[in-house]
Design a protein around this ligand. Structure first.
Ligand code: PMP
Length: 427
């Protein structure tokens, strides 16, 4: 008998079987959705394994596809210098630093990377953590408190929302990119809170547009607020040399209190960072739970990010190529009368389809024609705003872009001609 002994005579008899996760309503709902998709013959477009390096092309199921689903914006993942730097770091330090940096995990590469990131952003200092998501959660969660206010664009990333929730501060969303609404909120609320943090993205990952940083800086100065800009999709992308949204607008980077970024996109590694004043970074290094109580960044990942920054700075033509590709994609998509929402045509161009089923079907049909572009469906976006999202890189050719747009327009037209995807598939 392997049942645990009762803790006391009054304790209830142990149940034969623990509560089954499959009974949870949220799990049942997910299973029903999957079953409905199976009934309609829609393959699951998510979790598809890629068999090699994902750049302008990628191999799925043994077949080469044009790839518009990876954040490899400047094609640095797989660059020989980046791979060599990572290998050399493994030779020297092994894979893991085997401790939090605050105790035994600090390596010279961490400091080199933090210096390089501070230089990229044009500020005093930076701090790197093991994931971009964790960076937002722990930084916002730790810096802000009850009695503070966090004003977020309604389309900010989940990690920002989670950080705000953790902080205990009041969070108010303003409608996407509506800086007049933001100003009204500041005017109405500033005096009621100790500190106010405005959080925006340098380029929005769902819509591919970006905010007016000049105006945001005026607002944060006028209302004595802090400004945080998540540059996950704008570093390496905006500005003549890829130095991000501050370079694009010609703004002094020190006007933004918190620059946030991830190493997993342009910098072809894994991890996240905050760049800003030395006082802020030192404070986070000694107190932010996601840094203090977590392992230091793996040496190979730090080395890969440093090498990526060096290639980006040495070869600004990569940035120019990415920007030309983004413009070309947007121009072709508009000419084909695809709905690209407010995209500015840089690293992210959505093609808005409507219902989630239609987006999944479109993605699957495109895959069968050699094009990999993934759907974003409810609840990540509103049900009526389901879309395919195209990530543009410096590695795409104009031919690939023209083919991708033509195929998308053709398949979408077909799906629409057949009636709504749901009606047709149920028939
Ligand atoms: N911020 C934004 C805007 C993102 O899009 C992402 C990831 N897609 C993150 C933060 C999290 O970064 P990571 O994937 O490196 O954890």
């Amino acid at each position: 008998d392997r049942r645990p002994a009762p803790v006391s005579a009054q304790a209830p008899e142990p149940k034969r079987k623990a509560f089954d996760f499959a009974e949870l309503p949220q799990i049942k709902q997910l299973q029903m959705q999957r079953a409905a998709a199976d009934m309609m013959g829609i393959d699951n477009p998510f979790f598809r394994p890629h068999d090699g390096l994902a750049a302008g092309t990628t191999v799925i199921d043994g077949k080469v596809h044009d790839n518009f689903a990876s954040y490899n914006y400047l094609g640095l993942n797989g660059h020989p210098d980046v791979a060599a730097a990572a290998k050399a770091a493994i030779e020297t330090y092994g894979i893991s630093v085997s401790a939090s940096r605050i105790v035994a995990g600090e390596r010279p590469l961490h400091r080199d990377l933090e210096d390089a990131l501070a230089r990229v952003h044009g500020v005093e200092a930076s701090i790197v953590m093991v994931s971009g998501h964790a960076t937002n959660v722990t930084t916002i969660g730790h810096l802000m408190n009850k009695g503070d206010l966090i004003l977020t664009d309604s389309l900010v990333h989940n990690s920002i929302a989670e950080g705000a929730r953790l902080s205990g501060a009041t969070r108010i969303n303003f409608p996407h990119d509506d800086l007049e609404a933001l100003e009204r909120l500041l005017a109405e609320n500033r005096h009621k809170y100790d500190h106010v943090l405005i959080v925006v993205e340098g380029l929005y990952s769902m819509d591919g547009d970006f905010p007016d940083l000049k105006r945001l800086v005026h607002l944060k100065q006028a209302y004595d607020a802090w400004l945080m800009v998540d540059e996950a999709h704008s570093i390496g992308v905006l500005g003549a040399t890829g130095h991000g949204i501050a370079e694009h607008f010609g703004i002094d980077p020190n006007e933004v209190e918190l620059w946030m970024g991830t190493l997993s996109k342009t910098f072809s590694s894994c991890g996240g960072y905050i760049a800003g004043s030395r006082v802020l970074c030192d404070y986070l290094k000694t107190t932010a739970p996601g840094f203090v109580f977590s392992v230091g960044l793996a040496p190979a990942l730090a080395a890969a990010a440093i090498a990526s920054i060096q290639v980006m700075e040495r070869e600004p033509e990569r940035v120019a190529r990415l920007q030309a590709n983004g413009r070309h994609f947007l121009a072709c998509a508009r000419a084909a009368r695809l709905d690209t929402g407010p995209s500015a045509g840089y690293s992210v161009v959505p093609v808005i389809v409507g219902e989630s089923v239609g987006a999944a079907v479109l993605s699957n049909r495109l895959l069968s024609r050699g094009l990999n572009a993934l759907p974003i469906i409810f609840p990540a976006v509103a049900e009526k705003a389901a879309r395919l999202r195209f990530f543009i890189t410096s590695e795409h050719t104009f031919e690939q872009i023209e083919r991708a747009v033509a195929l998308t327009a053709e398949e979408l037209k077909q799906i629409r001609a057949d009636g709504t995807a749901v009606d047709r598939l149920i028939k």
